[in-house]
Write a protein of this length. Structure first.
Length: 137
């Protein structure tokens, strides 16, 4: 994806991010890529990638592999599928320095499987409330 920096974020959007704490950026990926990512993540969850290392677990209850996971969460998915680092989406999000500054590092990533109509609600949580670089969590 060399040379494909993705969408530009305007000064207005940057100031909204500073005010609101979130930002919607259109055009980071295509519908086709999102469909392929959905299939890839579905496969990763069905293959239970990360289970042995403790990176795949149930977000809302005790882990019970025989019964299944009500709300599976996978930490560090790109560690289990290097193709995730090569997507257009990944390459374009590398340009987030424009908003967050030059000292960024990808220190935490996770995926939650939320199939429709499964009845498990995502509990209130804050992704970075406990994670600190070097903590191993």
């Amino acid at each position: 994806m060399v040379g494909d920096s993705g969408p530009h974020v305007s000064e207005i959007s940057s100031s909204r991010f500073g005010r609101d704490g979130f930002l919607l950026v259109e055009g980071l990926s295509s519908d086709e890529e999102i469909a392929s990512l959905r299939a890839l993540f579905d496969r990763m969850f069905s293959e239970r990638r990360g289970w042995e290392a403790g990176d795949l677990f149930d977000m809302i209850g005790p882990d019970n592999p025989e019964q299944g996971l009500a709300l599976p969460q996978l930490l560090r998915p790109s560690q289990y599928e290097p193709l995730l680092r090569k997507t257009k989406l990944a390459q374009r999000t590398l340009n987030r320095e424009q908003i967050l500054g030059p000292k960024l590092e990808n220190d935490l990533e996770h995926a939650i499987s939320k199939p429709p109509f499964n009845g498990a609600a995502t509990p209130w949580h804050q992704d970075d409330a406990f994670h600190r670089k070097g903590s191993g969590v």
